[in-house]
Design a protein around this ligand. Structure first.
Ligand code: SDX
Length: 393
C-alpha cells in the first residue's frame, strides 16, 4: 500500500537495519539492552551505568564507571554564549521548541566534535550530548517560567543535578530528596533506548548523510515531540485530567473505540508491544512509591489512571487488539507529582533518549559499509502524460 517503503541505511535488509543494542519481543513484552532485561536495569543499575552499557556494549567495571561519570560530569556546562541563544525565544515557547533549536545550534559552538570520521570527535560528541541535555532541558524550563538559569554542580549525580537545575532558585536552594532523585533516575533509565522507534530512525536517517551529530539529535528531538510518540506522556496526563473522575471513564473508552472518532487512549497501545510494555509495569510501581512519599497517594489523576487501565483491560476491544498501557501511561503522573508542568514531560523523555539516539548513531556511522538512507516508495500517482498549455485546460 502507498507509504510502505524500503529503507536501507547501509544494511542489506529493507525496512529495518542491523543493530546489537536493544532487543524487543513485542509478544512477550520483553525489552533487553545489550541482553540485560529492562526491569533488572531499572531495579539494580542507574542511568549513567545504563548509558555506558548502551554506548560501549558491556557493564562497566568500577574504574571504568568512575571515569565515565567523571567525563560526563565534566561536560555538563554549556558554552556561556548559548545563554543569548535561549534569550532569542519568546518566553512562552514550548521547551521542546527551545531544545530543537539549541541542540541544532550546538555544532556552531562545539566545532571540535562535529567531524564524524574522527573516532575521538565521535566520542567527545557522545559525551557532550549525554552531559549537556539535562542542562539544556532545565534551562528551557527556567526560561519558560521566567526564572534565572541554575548552573550544574559537580557534586551531584545526574538526576539530582537535573532536579536541582529545574527547581532551585537563587533565593532558595532546592533540597534534593534521594527518593525523588532515584525515581527521576529510573525514569531516565526506562526511556533510554527502544530500538528503531520513529525518533531513532530519524536520527539514523539524518546521520546516514554524514550530518554532524548535533543536527541529527535535533532531528530526533523534533520527531519525538509528536503526540503519537514522545508527546504521548503530555497528551496522556492532559487526557486523564480531562476525564477528571472515574465516572467519566466509560465515555472516553467509548470514544476510543469509535472508528469515526479520532480520539485514542493516550498512553495505550504500541507499534511493537502486543503485550504489556515492561517499562509501564516499572513505571506504575514507581508512581505508587513517589506519590506515597509525597503524601498524595490518593492523587485523583492516579486513581483515574488505575481505573481506566482496569476498565480498558476488561474490554474486549482493547484485549483483542492487544492494546496495553505503554511507557507513557504512568510517567506523566510521577513527573506532575515531582512538580513538572506537562510541557516538560517530553523534554525529559528527550534527555533520556539521547543516549539511545547517540548509541545507535555511533553504531551506524562506525560501519564502513554505511550508505545514505534512501527510502523507496510504491508509486500510486498518474502515469506518463504530456503538458497542457493553460489556454487548453
Ligand atoms: C512511544 O516505537 C516506540 O518504541 C515508541 C516508544 C519508544 O520508547 O520510543 O515506545 C514510545 O511512542 C509509545 C507510544 C506512545 N503513543 C501513545 O500512547 C499514543 C496512543 N497510542 C496510539 O496512537 C497507537 O497505539 C500507536 C500510535 C502507539 C500505535 O498505533 P498503531 O500502530 O495503529 O497500533 P496498532 O496497529 O496496534 O492498532 C491496532 C488497532 C487499530 O485499530 P484497527 O485499525 O485495527 O481498527 O487498535 C487501534 C488502532 O486504531 N488503536 C487504538 C489505540 N492504539 C491503537 N484505539 C484506541 N486507543 C489507542 N490508544
Amino acid at each position: 500500500t502507498a507509504g510502505v517503503f524500503t529503507y536501507d541505511p547501509g544494511f542489506t535488509s529493507t525496512a529495518s537495519c542491523d543493530s546489537t543494542i536493544t532487543f524487543i519481543d513485542g509478544d512477550k513484552g520483553e525489552l533487553l539492552h545489550r541482553g540485560y532485561p529492562i526491569d533488572q536495569l531499572a531495579g539494580k543499575s542507574h542511568f549513567l551505568e545504563v548509558c555506558y552499557l548502551l554506548l560501549y556494549g558491556e557493564l562497566p567495571k568500577p574504574a571504568e564507571l568512575e571515569d565515565f561519570e567523571a567525563r560526563v560530569t565534566g561536560h555538563t556546562m554549556l558554552h556561556e554564549q548559548m545563554v543569548y541563544f535561549f534569550r532569542g525565544f519568546r518566553r512562552d515557547a514550548h521547551p521542546m521548541a527551545i531544545m530543537v533549536g539549541v541542540v541544532g545550534a550546538m555544532s556552531a559552538f562545539y566545532h571540535d566534535s562535529t567531524d564524524i570520521s574522527d573516532p575521538w570527535q565521535r566520542e567527545v560528541a557522545s559525551i557532550r550530548m549525554i552531559a549537556k541535555m539535562p542542562t539544556i532541558a532545565a534551562w528551557a524550563y527556567k526560561y519558560s517560567i521566567g526564572q534565572p538559569f541554575e548552573y550544574p554542580r559537580n557534586d551531584l549525580d545526574y538526576a539530582s543535578n537535573f532536579l536541582r537545575m529545574c527547581f532551585s532558585v537563587p533565593a532558595e536552594e532546592y533540597e534534593v530528596n534521594p527518593i525523588l532523585s532515584r525515581a527521576m533516575d529510573r525514569i531516565f533509565t526506562l526511556h533510554a533506548d527502544h530500538e528503531q522507534n520513529a525518533s531513532t530512525s530519524t536520527v539514523r536517517l539524518a546521520s546516514s548523510s554524514g550530518a554532524n551529530p548535533f543536527a541529527c539529535i535535533a532531528a530526533g528531538i523534533a520527531c519525538l515531540w509528536g503526540p503519537a510518540h514522545g508527546g504521548a506522556n503530555q497528551a496522556c496526563l492532559e487526557m486523564l485530567r480531562e476525564i477528571g473522575t472515574p465516572d467519566r471513564i466509560p465515555e472516553f473508552i467509548a470514544r476510543a473505540k469509535d472508528k469515526d472518532d479520532p480520539f485514542r487512549l493516550m498512553g495505550f497501545g504500541h507499534r511493537v508491544y502486543k503485550n504489556f510494555d515492561p517499562r509501564a509495569k516499572v513505571m506504575k510501581q514507581s508512581a505508587d512509591e513517589v506519590l506515597e512519599l509525597l503524601g498524595v497517594e490518593n492523587n485523583p489523576t492516579l486513581q483515574v489512571a488505575k481505573e481506566l487501565e482496569k476498565q480498558a483491560l476488561a474490554d474486549p476491544y482493547f484485549t483483542e487488539k492487544k492494546l496495553f498501557p505503554n511507557v507513557d501511561f504512568y510517567s506523566g503522573i510521577i513527573l506532575e507529582a515531582m512538580g513538572f508542568p506537562t510541557s516538560m514531560f517530553t523534554p525529559i523523555f528527550a534527555v533520556s533518549r539521547t543516549i539511545g539516539w547517540i548509541s545507535q548513531w555511533k553504531e551506524m556511522i562506525s560501519d564502513p559499509q554505511m550508505k545514505i538512507g534512501r527510502p523507496r516508495q510504491l508509486y500510486q500517482g498518474e502515469t506518463l502524460r504530456d503538458y497542457v498549455d493553460i489556454e487548453k485546460r
